[in-house]
Write a protein that binds this ligand. Structure first.
Ligand SMILES: Nc1ncnc2c1ncn2[C@@H]1O[C@H](COP(=O)(O)OP(=O)(O)OP(=O)(O)O)[C@@H](O)[C@H]1O
Ligand SMILES: [Mg+2]
Length: 578
């Protein structure tokens, strides 16, 4: 694990080194203090030498100040290194998440990814901060004190042979049993984040359904689960403290008992016994520090594991087989016996044996009931998901042969659930093409029939869009998203139910505009209304993941029962309205 995380200390290793040196300096300086103290007693007081006492006292003050400076330095440097390490780790995780395909993200869930990027990183960096200091101080203290104690009395030191193994057993037990609790703790944090994230994103829905109380309850349940898990995890840790204290107390009692006998026997000086106590306390203190680190470490290990999971997740869709020079030349699309399912373990297919040929420049309508896999079908073209069996070809090449950038440059998809980002309208449109001129923006908006409402806004193209595009209407948002896609000048344009909130007349004008401005572009239009696809060159009717029919309006009317049924139901609607 350390090997996997070590690379992320890049740029901050020298600070870790300096922090370690400062900590070592601090410990050594502190160990010199008792020596000076005993010099005062043994030499200064014994010989009544006031100047010696004065100078030694002054030396002690200097030593203490130096130790303090080293301590502060160590803390500051360790903090700097730890924060840098955390930043590196977060950056690496974020970059990795950007490489993820949809199915990778669904595997972790967004909420869990957020915890892994924030909370988990914070815990690991905290461990690095505390660890660098204690990991140096504890061994230095332990070794020096042990050497001193052994020098005073080899016999009495045998007590440590009993105490130290006991302490090690206690630490091992804690690590074994507390580890899983900390894993559960991070999972509970995921759960809380999930509710917060979901509810805040959908706060309008929550309010419109007057669900605040229910949502509060839902949050309360998860929040108290988090509290209980934390109590259990830290309860174990707290339980560990009295055990340590007991061991320390026991050691002191044993030392007094055995040492007392030695003093009574005359085999040990009472002064030596006193000194032995001091060193024994130091040994136990350093062991306690080590066990504290171990405890922080158990949590950090749980967190680090979760971070490494993200870093090691294989992005499902990669460019490995791709030819970097290949660009999408034309918008011809072929589905060759395509099978697809979202979960490899699921029984049924989401798409079953789909074969389809779409010539370049064609306008294709895709119809089908909800859940008939229209969105799924088109998602395979820009390789948002990977086919399970069969192959998808774009411009005569398998989609896997293109780099993701080339493929997605060639296909613009207006997603069914689209979003705008906070920023001006122009900023949002330039997502489609960063170098677009104002004139190009205007043209694209004219085709998408977005110009009419943008011109009415007081700031026009500089109007600010709120996060998630909440200050424009549903239809306005859809039109902006279409304009954004048009700006890419793609070879393939996919509109997934993108005009559902636009009135029929505007819908027709948008289609007309697309035909005249993007004549060579293959256009795939998913729609609920037959009028939206009626004059398409080809209409594909999907039913439960299979192609039920394929042809022009007239052909389908003659041959396809589902199509006719949809047509009839929509005609009825028209006559009732009329
Ligand atoms: N990310 C996903 N993970 C798992 N299953 C999914 C996922 N997205 C869609 N599905 C399932 O795949 C099937 C087809 O869904 P799809 O979104 O393609 O339907 P659709 O035809 O676009 O429907 P709509 O008209 O409502 O948009 C549905 O049964 C749905 O439950
Ligand atoms: Mg859909």
């Amino acid at each position: 694990m350390i090997r996997k995380l070590a690379p992320y200390t890049r740029g901050y290793r020298k600070w870790i080194l300096f922090a370690v040196l400062c900590s070592a300096g601090e410990s050594v300086l502190e160990l010199l203090l008792p020596q000076a103290m005993s010099d005062i007693v043994d030499i200064g007081i014994a010989q009544s030498d006031r100047t010696y006492i004065m100078f030694t006292g002054l030396r002690m003050v200097v030593l203490a100040i130096l130790a303090l400076a080293c301590g502060v330095g160590a803390a500051a440097l360790a903090a700097r290194a730890a924060m840098g390490f955390g930043a590196n780790l977060r950056q690496a995780e974020y970059e990795q998440v950007q490489r993820f395909s949809f199915s990778n993200i669904e595997h972790f869930s967004t909420a869990s990814l957020i915890t892994r990027l924030t909370n988990d990183v914070a815990s690991t960096q905290m461990t690095l901060f505390m660890g660098t200091r204690i990991c140096v101080r504890a061994p230095v203290m332990l070794i020096t004190a042990l050497v001193m104690a052994l020098r005073i009395s080899l016999k009495l030191s045998q007590v440590f042979l009993v105490v130290v193994p006991l302490l090690i057993i206690a630490v091992v037990i804690v690590i074994r049993y507390v580890g899983p609790f900390f894993m559960a703790l991070q999972r509970s944090t995921d759960d809380v984040n999930l509710v917060v994230q979901e509810d805040l994103n959908a706060i309008r829905v929550v309010k419109s359904f007057v669900r605040e109380d229910r949502e509060k309850e839902k949050f309360a349940v998860r929040n108290s689960t988090l509290r209980d898990t934390a109590e259990r995890a830290f309860g174990f840790v707290v339980l560990f403290m009295p055990v340590i204290t007991l061991l320390m107390g026991g050691t002191i009692v044993a030392l007094m008992w055995i040492g007392g006998h030695y003093v009574a026997d005359g085999t040990m000086f009472s002064g030596d016994l006193m000194a032995f106590f001091t060193y024994a306390t130091e040994i136990l203190m350093s062991l306690m520090m080590v066990s504290m680190v171990m405890m922080i470490l158990t949590r950090a290990i749980a967190c680090a594991k979760r971070i490494i999971e993200v870093l090691e997740e294989q992005p499902e869709i990669t460019d490995t087989a791709a030819d970097s020079a290949l660009q999408v030349e034309n918008g011809e699309i072929t589905f060759d016996h395509v099978y697809f399912k979202y979960h490899p373990t699921a029984e049924g297919w989401n798409l079953t044996d789909v074969s389809l040929h779409i010539p370049r420049g064609a306008t294709v309508g895709i119809l089908g009931g909800t859940g008939s896999a229209k969105t799924t079908l088109v998602s395979l073209i820009p390789r948002l998901y990977e086919v399970s069996k069969g192959a998808v070809y774009v411009g005569g090449h398998n989609v896997k042969d293109y780099t993701m950038e080339a493929l997605r440059d060639g296909c613009a998809m207006v997603l069914q659930k689209n979003t705008l980002f906070s920023g001006t309208i122009a900023d949002n449109l330039r997502w489609g093409n960063a170098d677009a001129t104002d004139e190009q923006l205007r043209q694209a908006c004219a085709v998408a029939c977005a110009d009419e409402f943008i011109d009415q806004m007081p700031d026009g193209y500089d109007t600010h869009i709120e996060q998630g595009g909440t200050n424009v209407s549903g239809g306005q948002k859809q039109r902006l998203c279409i304009a954004r896609a048009i700006l890419r000048q793609p070879k393939i344009l996919i509109l997934d139910d993108s005009t559902s909130a636009v009135d029929t007349a505007t819908d027709a004008r948008i289609r007309q505009g697309l035909r005249s401005t993007l004549p060579g572009t293959t256009k795939l239009i998913i729609a609920q209304r037959i009028t939206s696809v009626r004059e398409a060159d080809l209409i594909v009717v999907l039913d439960d993941g299979r192609i039920s029919g394929c042809g022009t309006h007239e052909e389908l009317m003659a041959t396809n029962a589902i199509y006719r049924e949809v047509y009839d139901s929509q005609q009825e609607g028209v006559s009732i309205d009329g």
